[in-house]
Design a binder for this molecule. Structure first.
Ligand SMILES: Nc1ncnc2c1ncn2[C@@H]1O[C@H](COP(=O)(O)OP(=O)(O)O)[C@@H](O)[C@H]1O
Ligand SMILES: [Mg+2]
Length: 258
């Protein structure tokens, strides 16, 4: 049975957790939906899934013998996550590496994705088993890296970027998150985590800066409420514009038929 056709598969990663990788994935998905593109998210952070929380989704997954049915967000993003396999948000997924990597393969090939323009893969942080499995088993167009100024200062993200480069995964671009905060009282711009290094890194790797996402308390409120899709601001629109332009420049992968 034909489970779907996917035009572009893009992985979104980082050097460490908490830098806004899942938020950057969900924001891009929501903006692409506003442009009426067909979008899916594969939550590959098996032990720390956060996509269902951001999008306000719950499980369980249904498999009627013809593949797993993904969940659908209010804006129409189809989503698969290990969170849907456990009873509630507090139940951990305690699996050894081989099982985790098998799940990732299943989440790609065993899901009824339907026809998608973009499948975004929300990666776990770092350079563990899962990125390796994704690179070796899923035909990705390329990868986007998300970081904060602090993360860059500590050079953490470069390890993950070098891993992708060493495995010949095209780098589509970089997203800088939380570099700037605008004071709600006086409108003054603050750099809470120190100066930005994003331009230097983009130059070093020869990739575009795809987005600057400011630190915004309204975004974290929407994340906590499971309504991240409602965060439609100019920086997110610019993010999608630059992303779509960068994808056009990336060597096109073949249409993937599952
Ligand atoms: N630009 C931002 N402004 C405000 N809060 C943010 C921003 N980016 C991320 N956050 C907050 O940080 C939390 C962690 O981000 P998340 O995307 O889950 O990180 P990661 O996937 O890298 O671990 C989010 O739930 C959200 O509340
Ligand atoms: Mg995450």
């Amino acid at each position: 049975m034909d489970k779907g056709q996917i035009r572009h598969v893009v992985a979104i990663g980082s050097g460490k957790g908490g830098v806004g990788k899942s938020s950057a994935t969900a924001l891009l998905a929501a903006e692409l939906r506003r442009r009426e593109l067909r979008v899916g998210i594969l939550d590959a952070d098996v032990t720390g899934p956060s996509m269902p929380k951001l999008l306000g989704l719950t499980g369980p997954l249904v498999d009627r013998g013809e593949g797993i049915e993904p969940s659908t967000s209010p804006s129409g993003v189809v989503v698969i996550s290990s969170q849907f396999l456990v009873e509630d948000e507090q139940t951990p997924v305690i699996w050894r590496g081989p099982l985790v990597t098998r799940l990732i393969t299943q989440f790609f090939g065993g899901v009824n994705w339907g026809a998608l323009d973009y499948l975004l893969i929300d990666m776990p942080p770092g350079t563990s088993d899962v990125p390796l499995t994704v690179f070796q088993t899923i035909p990705i167009d390329g990868m986007i890296f998300v970081f904060t100024p602090q993360d860059l200062a500590a050079l953490i993200v470069k390890k993950a970027m070098n891993m992708a480069r060493d495995l010949h995964v095209p780098l589509i671009g970089v997203v800088e998150n939380m570099a700037e905060l605008t004071c709600p009282q006086c409108g003054h711009h603050i750099a809470p985590f120190g100066p930005s290094h994003v331009d230097a890194v983009a130059r070093e790797y020869g990739v575009p800066v795809i987005a600057h996402l400011p630190l915004d308390p309204r975004l974290s409120e929407l994340c906590d409420a499971g309504r991240i899709e409602q965060y439609a601001v100019p920086s997110v629109a610019a993010y999608a514009d630059t992303f779509l332009a960068a994808i056009d420049r990336t060597e096109k992968a073949k249409l993937t038929t599952l």
